[in-house]
Write a protein that binds this ligand. Sequence first.
Ligand SMILES: Nc1nc2c(c(=O)[nH]1)N[C@H]1C(S)=C(S)[C@@H](COP(=O)(O)OP(=O)(O)OC[C@H]3O[C@@H](n4cnc5c(=O)[nH]c(N)nc54)[C@H](O)[C@@H]3O)O[C@H]1N2
Ligand SMILES: Nc1nc2c(c(=O)[nH]1)N[C@H]1C(S)=C(S)[C@@H](COP(=O)(O)OP(=O)(O)OC[C@H]3O[C@@H](n4cnc5c(=O)[nH]c(N)nc54)[C@H](O)[C@@H]3O)O[C@H]1N2
Ligand code: SF4
Ligand SMILES: [Mo]
Length: 873
Amino acid sequence: MVDVSRREFLKAVGAAGVAAAIGSSAGLSVDRSRAGSLQLAAEPVDGELVPNVCRMCTAGCSILVRVRDGKPERIMGNPRAEILNASAVCARGNMGIMRVLNPDRPRKPLVRTSGTRGSWGFQEAGWGEAIARAAEALRRIREEGRPDKLIIILGEVGCATYHPHAVAFAKTFKTPNVISIPLSTCIMPKGVAWGVTGLAGKHTEVVPDYARTRYFLSFGRNLGGAVAVGQTRKAGRSVRRYKLVVLDPRLSEWAAKADEWIQIRPGTDLAFLLAMINVVIEERLYDGDYLARYTNAPMVISGDGYAPAKTRKIKKSIAGKEVELVDFLVYDMASKSFRWASEAKAPALELPEEARELEGRKVRTVFEALAEHVKEYTPEWAAEITGVPAETIRRIAREFAATKPAAVETGWNTNKYWNGFQLYRAAAVLAALTGNLLVPGGVVLSTAGIKSVLGRAKPPIAPDVSIVKKAEVSTEIVLSDGTRVKGPLLPLGHGYLGLAEALKKEKGWVILVVGANPAKTFMGGVFKEIARLPTVEAVIDIGYSVDDTVLYSDVFIPECAYTERSYNIHGFPFTTAKALRAAFKAHDPPPGVECKGMLEILLDLLAAVDEKLVEKYAEVLAEELGVPKCAGAFAEAARRYLASRRHDSFTAAVLEAQARCMGVDLEKLKREGVILIKPEEWGLEMNRRILENGWLNTPTGKVEILPLKILGLMKKRKFPLKPEWHPLPTWVPPRWLSKQLADDEFTVVTGKVPTMSYTSTYNNPLLATKLTPPEHKRIWIHPSRAAGLGIRDGDIVEVCGESGKCFKARVWVTEAVHPDAVYIPPHYGPEPGLEPRFYEAEVPPLAELTRDIVEPVTGAHLMSDFRVKIRKA
Ligand SMILES: Nc1nc2c(c(=O)[nH]1)N[C@H]1C(S)=C(S)[C@@H](COP(=O)(O)OP(=O)(O)OC[C@H]3O[C@@H](n4cnc5c(=O)[nH]c(N)nc54)[C@H](O)[C@@H]3O)O[C@H]1N2
Ligand SMILES: Nc1nc2c(c(=O)[nH]1)N[C@H]1C(S)=C(S)[C@@H](COP(=O)(O)OP(=O)(O)OC[C@H]3O[C@@H](n4cnc5c(=O)[nH]c(N)nc54)[C@H](O)[C@@H]3O)O[C@H]1N2
Ligand code: SF4
Ligand SMILES: [Mo]
């Protein structure tokens, strides 16, 4: 029995125990020779090693679980996953074992027997009873003919791990309503910014080529603290081989490793990048050849607007499919005439005097329009906004342009500021101007990104019938100049803007939460508001721990830990290599713990609604996993599962069926966990081919400095030209800068804590108490501001947000944070009403300080860019 009581457990891990538990006695040693000294390297070990994938965060490192006598002993990186994390895992990954051992782990499903959502009123229930209770609500809306009354909320676990599985559920059940927290709170502005430029935009799809770069300009990313070992390891290993410049208002773990840390004013990185673009153009430091060949910089457009002068449709074969592309007019220096881009030999970036008019109308090139557009963004202008001296900006711009290859930040948790879209557009344009897109050592597409670009993937736009999307497009957004528009420019329908209002209008909503904690991570506290609505009939939560959202639910169904279940065959994130992997069940759950894997839980739910849905689900799942030819085998596996209802039996059968129909050597996969198909060089070569052949995912197939998709969207939505979505990189101030800060006012900077993963580790005694240093449990305030407010280090203060809510917090007075901001680490403590956990939160819950504010281009919910007032309590 692996179970231990909490008291015994704490004794066991007390003081000396900590080092032993994570250190040498476990056959592991801390490898300090690497830049990311948080990483743990595995020494040779005996015992059975079962390949799996770490799910302690979205980074999905490849791991080996050491098992003895059917019990898990240790988790370590899989040395065969050299293209990702190899033998390294971070502190959290190492602690995955606690998912199994944790005395706080739920042992059975929970069913509400008293009280209303927001209060504890649960009793443990048998599996069948909990499933029946959840299915009752689902059956009712299905019988009513209103499956769309089901709203599915996916969190980071839901998305990074179970996206195809949950989407297959939504399609089988026929609901168009899927909220994706990572889309709405983590990815979108940068995703769309890179996307309209021609690349793919997810974290795993577009990456700086750390291993080959010679200069890396990093901003808004903390590779040393917001860890993804697969990236941190690559960036860290070569950290002294490239110059590292980190912009961060806070001295982050990554900033501490930099050759140059620039303490920029929060939300103003855009001004810094615009000034770099200005210098690169003014001083002619750009790569003219790259721009002329691979981008739409030479495109001839109207002299006073941005419409292309002339276009025509052409056909091109991309990845074996015939695709219709837009050919545009350029001025060809070779023939001294206007020509189609597809036929010109030497497209001009700047038009000669005699070519400034076309058919009696003034014309210019995209490059000329850009040069004109960024003229006002001088380093001196940016210095005022960013607080960074003009000479520094000018020097960095010159260095960046002179060093080849150089990489610019691609961004992770990017939903922080109102100007997020323009920020990543500026980054993409800077990279293109200097010839650093899709080249080794620059910004490249990973294998997943290559697939997405060649498949000409579209943004994940929800259908118009989705209540989530309808709510979003009918909610007003006020732009920085006071203009009001309905919804964002590109309404994706995966957020929660206006949703609480929309749900009030009709009865009978059912909410299914899959691997998410919206009670903590929906900005503005919106989930709690929704969960309390009388029109919401049931909230069902499939989770791993009793988190805050359980408190707002009616039924809680526990999923097993990832080492207790298998996971289907899939590719690797972040890398340009082509490889496959899978996860294998390493051991059973401890006796007395009732749980299942996600797939089995979803099947149990569907079967309880209508058995016929189970086979249908299996077929849709095959589509979603990209293996439609496995549909029959999956359906057969589902039938067998229904007969046995055995934990992991469907997942394991899906994995085996996949191996058969994909022709994958299952035995090798079981032994090694990794099958390498093509090395990293293959992906770099694919990047080159995409660039040189014009296979990018844009209407023109080229890198689009002026994205035609943005022009198209403006037309479609009848939206006027505004700085927020201007097709050329444009200054948009962050919200908080709209007026001067009062003496007691601050803007908020947030970020991840190295030893904690979201809200899912606060019940982990080692991570939450022993390994998280006290400064990561306090809010950071600059000494110059603290002194003015009579606040001393360690004081308790009251923090009041734009929401009107106030909370107590403890401060750390430090120069490591910009004077305009307080740094608020994520609040990992439990909701009042939940049993106390190990983590002692001394910071306010960030989401409750702000309102439900979205970024205007993609509707992403902003986590920063609001103000708080602080006073000594
Ligand atoms: N205040 C604040 N809000 C944030 C952020 C922040 O840093 N601070 N970060 C933002 C970002 S970048 C993101 S991506 C989102 C994340 O948003 P969420 O996904 O809502 O956040 P988590 O806190 O990770 O919630 C995940 C929950 O899933 C459950 N879980 C963990 N592992 C498993 C599993 O294997 N299976 C199942 N079924 N459930 C599991 C855990 O109980 C955990 O409570 O939050 C965003 N919101
Ligand atoms: N330890 C740990 N690692 C994680 C996770 C976790 O929960 N815990 N979650 C994973 C997930 S889902 C995500 S999305 C990623 C997030 O990865 P990151 O985006 O790298 O993480 P954050 O810590 O949110 O933000 C990075 C840095 O941005 C800085 N910052 C804030 N405002 C500004 C600004 O205006 N300008 C600049 N230049 N910098 C600013 C913060 O101070 C912080 O140091 O981390 C992943 N890795
Ligand atoms: S970065 Fe750490 S927690 Fe995240 S997947 Fe990798 S080892 Fe696990
Ligand atoms: Mo995230």
